[in-house]
Design a protein around this ligand. Structure first.
Ligand code: DX5
Ligand code: ZN
Length: 206
């Protein structure tokens, strides 16, 4: 499944979201950054709510924020398919994971490139999805870090697995043979004029 991130695009956010929504992507990947957990900040919560309120595709939310529960309490109104948090930005981890689960949303945890896959060990029963970051979070259009793929072995058969960052028609070749359920791709698709052509290229490679 391809989940398309609109962090870096040729067009403005509204137009990019509309294009993703019309495309053959399986999910729309929503990166929310607060300027604290990562140096970059993109939207206020009310802005992202307005941008997404009419989206038809399943929404895959990736929170790169400190204290994500504050945002999640609002975001559940969008009935997203997945909400993914970073544990090191979350003061009340169990409460946050259980809040997501109670709303029948898949519970995701992201693992940064420098973080060990065992950081999730205390929360295995609460987690549905692990998002392996293949770039340092904060910016679209960075280079894929192949080393992170060694984390898949431990995570497979336990969770749905996603990979996020630097995916294009070259780096996707490195995913061959890995049981990855959701592939997030941003700049490769959204800097092009033909989203479906790029999505199809990625789908053909896995
Ligand atoms: C990085 C974000 C990613 C990123 C993906 O902080 O979480 O979702 O925007 O986009 P590309 O494919 O451009 O790396
Ligand atoms: Zn992301």
């Amino acid at each position: 499944m391809i989940s398309v991130s609109f962090l870096k695009s040729k067009y403005n956010c509204e137009d990019t979201i509309a294009l993703i929504d019309k495309s053959n992507a399986s999910l729309i990947h929503v990166d929310l950054m607060d300027g604290l957990y990562v140096p970059n900040k993109n939207f206020e919560i009310n802005e992202i709510m307005a941008l997404l309120k009419n989206v038809n595709k399943p929404i895959d939310i990736h929170l790169m924020v400190n204290n994500p529960l504050i945002y999640i309490k609002e975001l559940v109104k969008l009935k997203p398919y997945i909400i993914t948090i970073h544990l090191d930005g979350t003061p009340n981890i169990l409460e946050t994971l259980e809040f997501i689960k109670r709303h029948n949303i898949k519970v995701g945890v992201a693992i940064n490139p420098h973080e060990n896959e065992h950081i999730i060990d205390n929360y295995i029963d609460q987690i549905d999805y692990v998002l392996i970051m293949s770039v340092n979070p904060g910016y679209g259009g960075q280079k894929f870090i192949p080393d992170v793929l060694k984390k898949v072995n431990y995570l497979k058969d336990k969770f749905l697995i996603g990979i996020d960052g630097g995916i294009n028609e070259d780096s996707i070749k490195l995913l061959k043979g890995y049981p990855i359920d959701i592939i997030v791709s941003g700049a490769y698709i959204c800097l092009s004029d033909n989203y479906n052509e790029k999505i199809e290229k990625l789908n053909k490679m896995v």
